[in-house]
Design a protein around this ligand. Structure first.
Ligand code: PLP
Length: 489
């Protein structure tokens, strides 16, 4: 399997190159040259374990590696660390070390990056830099901790992450990780990291010291491919539970931000998985919902801070990969759309692209609708979902009312409700005024009796291992300090 850039600047590179580069030199995203039909090949083995399906999916794309290498990467990433559970048509993707679905991709990425590094004989230690508003940073830390040949440096805004998120990060274990709080907001952190990546001289100096910078960005193809797995697994779960027959079509409902998760479901369909509709659920930042309805992508609007913060985003990078397929793999169309987005903040797609996207349904959910969906589902079924997943639930209901479509479905359930305990208690009407976040978790547990994930249990009692602070314009210094010292064991 080879990979090509959506903007045409690179063609037919290997999987290791695509994984190590992350993003193409022309600014485009790497996509596989074709989608092998996996469904027909594996459909008779529908009781495969998650690890077994992982093996089948991954070896179709990452062909630079031996079966043994891939098997070992999967075991290190997932065994005893991550599992997927289907429950009431919710595909729970949050049973991992950080209780959110980014674990599915960020546990595997370091393993395949490490193999790629060996294959390409990259000698330098790779330093993963990340600015985080909470969840991605923690998931990257967990994924890369103690992976040979890598270090991780995470910057988070002192005033911009929740108490639970901060505690999750500053208690991070591992001999190759560092977490630094900066006095500024998320934009300051992100700007600082971008500046480092853009500083050619500084990167040259680091190379001399034996370090190469990289990111765990969600557009890396090494993060996208592992997300295809859970749609195959979820589909087969529905078969095993006799909710559908092998070959029946299902709909998928995905609470969407950067468009990675829902794109992976589309890739699964390209590999033969029977999916009818892709229901793209947005929060109040409904750029995507508007796009699927009108054919116009318009980011010229204020970012709204919602109760589903991991979806507060105006530019959904991975949409570029879908547009590439929708345009008949025409790099010139993609270049021109992305130029419009960059220069004007808006683009409009042609009628033929719009027709191609007819299986995508987009709609959005307001905060009140989210609260109501959480409360209703809990009262009727005793089943608790988080605020991101609730966006999916609301949009599914809107879709069903609009179409009367009764097709079986899977809703991607992207985070544990304990990850956003204050919002959930509010939705359920539990009084937590004047109570700190750690107590809120306990109150929620007393109320619903659903067990608290290990990584969030007794978090307030864990030892702080990272007490590092930096001024918002001194991120480079903080990095150098870390790299020159011995790893903080
Ligand atoms: C990242 C995230 C999403 C959005 O997923 P995308 O792949 O960016 O569309 C939804 N829910 C949660 C909890 C997330 O962390």
């Amino acid at each position: 399997m080879r990979f090509t850039s959506t903007r045409g600047g690179e063609k037919a590179i290997t999987s290791s190159e695509a994984i190590i580069n992350g993003i193409s030199k022309d600014g485009g995203l790497y996509v596989p040259l074709s989608f092998p039909n996996l469904f027909d090949k594996v459909k008779d083995k529908y009781n495969m374990t998650y690890e077994e399906i992982s093996f089948e999916v991954i070896k179709e794309f990452f062909t630079d590696f031996t079966d043994e290498e891939i098997q070992s990467a999967i075991n290190k990433a997932y065994t005893y660390r991550f599992k997927v559970i289907e429950e009431k048509n919710f595909l729970e993707l949050y049973h991992g070390p950080t209780s959110a679905f980014k674990d599915a991709a960020l546990l595997f990425l370091p393993q395949i990056m490490s193999l790629s590094k060996k294959k390409l004989k990259v000698k330098e230690e790779i330093v993963i830099l990340a600015a985080t508003s909470g969840d991605t940073g923690k998931a990257a830390l967990e994924g890369f901790r103690d992976v040979d040949g890598f270090r991780v440096m995470v910057y988070y805004p002192n005033d911009g992450v929740s108490a639970v998120q901060e505690k999750q990060m500053v208690t991070q274990e591992g001999a190759n990780v560092r977490v630094v709080g900066i006095n500024g907001n998320f934009d300051d952190a992100q700007r600082g990291v971008k500046e480092i990546f853009g500083d050619i001289e500084f990167k040259e100096d680091l190379l001399q010291m034996g370090f190469r910078l990289s990111s765990a960005n969600s557009i890396n193809i090494g993060r996208l491919v592992p997300q295809i797995i859970y749609y195959f697994y979820g589909y087969f779960q529905l078969v095993n539970k006799q909710k559908i027959k092998l070959g029946d079509k299902i709909n998928v409902v995905v609470p969407t931000g950067n468009f990675g998760n829902i794109l992976a479901s589309y890739y699964a369909k390209e590999m033969g998985l029977p999916i009818a509709k892709f229901i793209c659920a947005s929060n109040e930042n409904k750029v995507l919902a508007d796009f699927f309805n009108e054919g116009v992508y318009d980011k010229r609007r204020e970012l709204i801070l919602t109760e589903s913060p991991s979806m507060d985003i105006l530019v959904s990078s991975n949409l570029e990969r879908l547009l590439f397929e929708a345009s008949g793999r025409d790099e010139n169309i993609i270049k021109s759309l992305m130029k419009d987005l960059n220069e004007k903040g808006v683009y409009e797609v042609s009628k033929s692209i719009k027709d191609f996207l007819k299986d995508f349904y987009g709609d959005s959910a307001s905060t009140d609708e989210v609260y109501k969906a959480i409360r209703d589902l809990y009262e009727k079924e005793g089943y608790l979902i988080d605020t991101h997943t609730a966006v999916g639930q609301v949009v599914l209901e809107k879709y069903q009312r609009a179409t009367n479509d009764t097709t079986e479905y899977l809703i991607a359930s992207t985070a544990s409700p304990y990850k956003f305990p204050r919002s959930i208690t509010k939705a359920l009407g539990i009084d937590v005024e004047g109570v700190d976040d750690f107590e809120v978790i306990k109150k929620l547990n007393e109320f619903c009796k659903i067990s608290i994930p290990d990584n969030l249990k007794d978090l307030d009692k864990k030892a702080v291992l990272h007490n590092f602070k930096s001024e918002k314009n001194a991120l480079k210094d903080a990095l150098l300090k870390y790299l020159k010292e011995e790893p903080n064991v």
